[in-house]
Design a protein around this ligand. Sequence first.
Ligand SMILES: O=c1[nH]c(=O)c2ncn([C@@H]3O[C@H](COP(=O)(O)OP(=O)(O)OP(=O)(O)O)[C@@H](O)[C@H]3O)c2[nH]1
Ligand SMILES: [Mg+2]
Length: 203
Amino acid sequence: MRKLLIATKNEGKAKEMKQLIGSYFDDVVTLNDFDGSVNIIEDGRTFEENALKKARVIYTLYRQPTLADDSGLEVDALDGKPGVMSARYAGENATDEDRIKKLLDELKDVPDDKRGAQFVCVLVFIDKQGRIYQTKGICRGKIAFEPRGENGFGYDPVFVPDGFDRTFAELDSQIKNQISHRAKAFENLKKILGEIYNEDTCD
Ligand SMILES: O=c1[nH]c(=O)c2ncn([C@@H]3O[C@H](COP(=O)(O)OP(=O)(O)OP(=O)(O)O)[C@@H](O)[C@H]3O)c2[nH]1
Ligand SMILES: [Mg+2]
């Protein structure tokens, strides 16, 4: 029985991660399932530092294979902000709506051709023996002028991925799971998992 702990409390992210992880684990649980009380301070300057910290804290507590995702939105016209601050962009207790409103306010005078942005996702996986693996995915797109769509989470209603004219929240979740920053990071992670679990099938 192979168990994976996912070090996230974000339900939107957790749902996508469970869909993307594939069949390498028999049981996949997130912090909301097994330890909602743990509070990890994300004080890194990069997605890499924060993802590593989340994975390390949970691996150290439970000594089980652990996966963490640190992700966010980098907007060209804001010099890469909100970046690692994406979840806290409008304050600690703000909602997705508050964050979107703040973003659209800041971009209100920015024309269509200057609204480029990218979602970034860094995954850190720690295997049963404590070996650390990291992958990254980027999805380019642009920021819409108003929110559209009901799917997904976070900034999805205002992010239009390159090659599409609909937002992530208007696209089917299956399409998001093929082209997103998270999907790309998982493509690389699955290659690593394939190697780990082929050479070491015990757990
Ligand atoms: O529209 C979106 N579609 C996405 O696919 C996506 N991926 C990340 N984000 C945003 O970036 C923050 C990450 O911050 P984050 O990595 O610290 O996660 P979090 O604090 O929400 O949960 P946890 O995993 O740390 O427990 C999230 O809250 C979201 O606002 C996304 N928004
Ligand atoms: Mg967080």
